[in-house]
Each structure stands twice: as C-alpha cells, then as structure tokens.
Ligand binder design. Structure first.
Ligand SMILES: [Zn+2]
Length: 195
C-alpha cells in the first residue's frame, strides 16, 4: 500500500487543482473504507479531474496485480470490490450529468441524447412554432447550446420538431426533457414531460 503514497501529483493551474484527491483517500476508496461523505466528494472530483482519475486507475491496477499475485484465499473479494468500484465510477461518468447520450457509428453516425430543458433551450424552441428550422443562425445557437450541455461535436443543417412547442403555463409545471436524435445532418427533436 505504501507505493501509492510515492506517486506525486503533477502541478496544474485548473480551478479543481486545490481539491485534488488525497492519495490515502484514493486508497481507502479502493478498499471501500472511505466514509460516504468523503467518497461522494472524491468521486465528484474524479469525474472532473483527469489527473486524479489517472492516479485512481493506477491504484486500481496496483490493487488487481497485488491481489491476483497473491494466492491468498481472501483475494477474490478485494478483486471483486475493485471491479465494482470501477464499474460504479464508469456509471457515474455516464449518469453524472443530466445528459445521457449514445453514439453509434454504424452504418451512418447517429447521436441520440436526452436533456433537461433549461431557459436557453426554451428561448430557442419558442422563437417560432415552425416544425422545420432551416435558419442557420438559429441552428447554430442550438448547436452551441448543446455543446455547452456536453454533447460531443455535432453538426446538422435541419431541425425537425415532432410537434409545436409551447411554453408551459404553470411556473411549477412538469419537468420537460428534450429528446434529440441526429442523423444524416438532421436533428429530430421531441419534447416530453416528466410526470
Ligand atoms: Zn484532481
């Protein structure tokens, strides 16, 4: 376990840098002995900091070689917890944001995503009630809004809405989710309410 402590963090200017994971905490996270508040904070940071995530991966590697190298009969649970942790971190990477997207590259690239509609998206949607948008400036604004929400670099030159979008009357109306599918340079949008 001592060898984890020998690893040093590279200096960085990023705003997250002062929150860098403590190596001992990382080790405890892997062992499953970190308390839940610290665990949450650490995983939150790991989702944002490539540097610490790399160190965690190294730590996971260390643990799996350590455990697989040992013939000890108790080794299996350690290994199991390592994979469970790795899986939970990957899950958090995927569900941590409000955005879930799939990328399929065969036969033609299709991106589908769901995201919560915020004021920026609302403004773009409410601009007029046409079901097809060809206005380059409006499409550019939608693309940039999607980029900001974490969608990978995408391009489309036509937007097709499944039905006209109207402002919900109540301030406390149901939450709205934008379903988006991008295929052959066309973005298909559908707004669904969460009950
Ligand atoms: Zn960090």
């Amino acid at each position: 376990m001592g060898k984890w402590l020998n690893k040093t963090l590279k200096p960085t200017d990023s705003a997250e840098s002062k929150n860098h994971a403590d190596l001992e905490d990382l080790a405890r996270l892997v062992e499953g002995t970190l308390d839940s508040a610290k665990r949450k904070r650490l995983i939150h940071h790991l989702n944002r900091c490539g540097q610490c995530y790399e160190i965690l991966q190294e730590t996971l590697k260390d643990v799996s070689t350590e455990t697989s190298g040992k013939p000890a009969p108790t080794a299996w649970w350690k290994r199991k917890s390592v994979y469970a942790l790795a899986a939970s971190i990957i899950m958090i990477f995927i569900i941590g944001g409000q955005l879930v997207f799939k990328y399929r590259s065969q036969p033609s690239p299709v991106i589908s995503a769901k995201l919560t509609i915020d004021q920026e998206l609302k403004d773009i949607l409410l601009e007029d009630n046409a079901l097809q948008w060809k206005n380059v400036e409006r499409i550019e604004r939608l693309i940039s809004a999607l980029h900001k929400k974490g969608l990978p670099v995408i391009q489309f030159n036509l937007v097709v809405l499944s039905k006209p979008y109207y402002q919900t009357k109540s301030l406390f109306g149901p939450e709205e989710i934008l379903h988006i599918r991008i295929e052959n340079n066309v973005a298909y949008l559908e707004v669904k309410e969460i009950q």
